[in-house]
Design a protein around this ligand. Structure first.
Ligand SMILES: C[S@@+](CC[C@H](N)C(=O)[O-])C[C@H]1O[C@@H](n2cnc3c(N)ncnc32)[C@H](O)[C@@H]1O
Length: 311
């Protein structure tokens, strides 16, 4: 039986980063800034209105360089929601401990990205990862991950071994170029089989176009400026409005995926994708020509449905 979706959203709290990785898919953002107060206020108002407990993933840029990052974590955890984040682990051990305290028992996952071209002292990175691993609560999932560039394969394998000696799990990230996963040479692909970020294999296998997915309903992504999108893969009905301007609307149920590719593992790991459940061609066509929630075609469609179902 399919697992229940875990209601969650990702919030890009900053576009700023202290690193400059050549492969980073976020480098394109020209306007680097932290999420303004009106967006923060709107996110917390939304959190207060959502039913039940949600999982909030704070991301960047580098989340730890947001001046109020720890305060945001404390507020989310204090409101009874769960949180996770992805960091390049540049923060000091003292700051990481402060972060753990702020999250209490609500931190589900911390992913530490190792960026080989940016980290000056690898021993220090490994020590810090081991220290964090020992300090976190057992309920928090922690792993180090790194984008795999073929030339770095042997080096990363040695790092994977060094981390394993310290008890720290390591997962490879498959490089994405122009919103597509790359393919490595066969021996690397074989090695990666069960060593990539969880569920990479299922979304990398083939297109999910037409598959019902709860993104836009029980999962969405909030940008620094408050724009909300269904997920990470551009498609019709991708934009769901702006949270600070009060125009954000969630879908009212799962909708067919309208993207030829799925390249983000989070929706799969939060059980958003109803694998094997495809929408009918009729429904897909209706979605392709229909409107976004709140738009005139959408409201007209809803009114038509209500009229058709009248008693
Ligand atoms: C953009 S970073 C931002 C968060 C944080 N600064 C960090 O380094 O983890 C989020 C994640 O995306 C991964 N990433 C960035 N560019 C990528 C690419 N082209 N292909 C695959 N993963 C990528 C990073 O390794 C990191 O784990």
């Amino acid at each position: 039986m399919a697992k229940e979706p875990i209601p969650s959203f990702e919030w890009i709290i900053t576009d700023k980063c202290n690193y400059d990785c050549a492969y980073c898919y976020q480098r394109k953002y020209a306007d680097k800034r932290h999420s303004p107060d009106e967006v923060t206020d709107a996110v917390f108002a939304l959190l207060g209105s959502l039913p039940g407990s949600w999982r909030v993933k704070l991301i960047g840029g580098e989340p730890f360089i947001h001046p109020r990052f720890i305060d945001l974590c404390r507020r989310i955890a204090g409101a009874g929601h769960f949180l996770s984040t992805t960091t390049n682990l540049y923060a000091s051990v003292a700051r990481l401990r402060e972060f753990l305290d702020a999250c209490g028992g609500k931190l589900t996952t911390l992913t530490a990205s190792l960026h080989l071209t940016q980290v000056k002292n690898l021993d220090e990175f490994i020590d810090k990862a081991a220290e964090f691993h020992a300090a976190k609560r057992p309920s928090t999932r922690f792993c180090v991950t790194s984008v795999l560039i073929e030339e770095d394969f042997e080096r990363l394998r040695r790092i994977e071994e060094r981390l394993a000696e310290r008890g720290v799990p390591f997962e490879y990230q498959v490089l994405r170029v122009r919103a597509r996963f790359v393919r490595y040479r066969p021996e690397i692909e074989a090695y990666l089989a069960d060593r990539t970020l969880k569920r990479t294999d299922v979304i990398r296998k083939g297109s999910l176009f037409g598959t019902l997915c709860h993104t836009g309903h029980l999962f969405f992504k909030i940008d620094v400026n408050g724009d909300v999108t269904r997920c990470y893969n551009h498609q019709p009905h991708f934009y769901l409005g702006n949270i600070a301007r009060g125009t954000f609307r969630r879908f009212d149920g799962p909708q067919p995926c309208l993207s030829p590719h799925c390249t983000c593992v989070t929706p799969a790991n939060r059980n958003m994708i109803r694998f094997g459940e495809k929408a009918t061609a009729h429904r897909i066509i209706r979605r392709l020509i229909g409107g976004t929630p709140g738009s005139v075609p959408y409201v007209a469609g809803k009114a038509w449905k209500a009229w058709r179902n009248r008693r």
